[in-house]
Design a protein around this ligand. Sequence first.
Ligand code: GTP
Ligand code: MG
Length: 329
Amino acid sequence: MPANLTPQYLDADKRFRQAKTAAEKISALEDMLALIPKHKGTEKMQADLKRRLSKAREEAQKRGKAGARGTTYHVPREGAGQVVLAGPPNSGKSTLVAMLTNAIPEVGDYPFTTRKPLPGMMDFENVKIQLVDLPPIAPDWTEGWVYALIRNADLVLVLVDLASDDVFEQVEQIRSQLATHKIQLVRHASEDSSDAGQITKRALLVGNKEEVEEPKERGPFLAELYAADFPVLTVSAASGSNLDTLRRALYDGLGVLRVYTKSPGKKPEHDAPFVLKQGSTILDVAEAVHKDIAASLKFARVWGADTFDGQRVTRDYAVQDGDVIELHS
Ligand SMILES: Nc1nc2c(ncn2[C@@H]2O[C@H](COP(=O)(O)OP(=O)(O)OP(=O)(O)O)[C@@H](O)[C@H]2O)c(=O)[nH]1
Ligand SMILES: [Mg+2]
């Protein structure tokens, strides 16, 4: 019996024995392979794990899509928008979600720590943004529902590891793996393609672990390399550096705006904004308030950056972030 099997390995072994679906078996075996101490005494076990893993994968493939479907998850959208975290194993996705939200995900210094989506709410000024921690995107096995959640999100936060020599390959790996699943990451939602099945998703590229990056030029180089493709920034989830900039970038990336409604002669409710897509009109605001108000809407008065105070506007006026609006029916 080889020595030094870690509690994490034994956990994975237990999960394998209790696994009911092919996907559960595969994920437990992947963990065991990642977690087994790598030395001479475990060589036979490693070979055996590899054999069992490839057999399990073959079987899952043979059973086709129905077999692979197994588990699915759906995370209902909450707050001003939904941001999913996509990245290679160990880049710090769970650490970041733990720092920014009220969620308490599991963090581990080994790959494939996260197995299920975990949502949490992040405060940004007077709104809340939903972040969803996901399992890693890895070349050999990423479960199908991960792509489904990415397709459904408003924004993808691609998190790569500046402490790794492979940081640039990681970006390309994520991009190409998503492209294989017909998801193209873009800077602006307006780059939407109409091709059936093929979709575009707004993305933000973030290099994590900036406090330990070595050489120190990786972060700036990442920003330079991808500046044309995505907004890029670097953070440290562990030390908390640059997280305020990230909160703002996530809000900006969602492509939304906030407006405030008020009754004549009263003050607006600044802590209760209506969050709408950029490009929304007065009519969209009225619909968000109540459909009866929308139906009987005559005009509105607006206090905002692009208007003089209390300016009268029609229902097709495009509202701006921060506008205060009085609806008249
Ligand atoms: N030095 C440093 N370490 C970090 C930072 N963020 C995360 N880590 C460490 O990186 C390791 C992986 O962190 P996780 O948050 O579990 O990474 P993950 O991307 O969720 O990993 P998977 O769930 O396996 O995909 C842990 O040991 C963390 O403590 C950081 O900013 N700096
Ligand atoms: Mg994780």
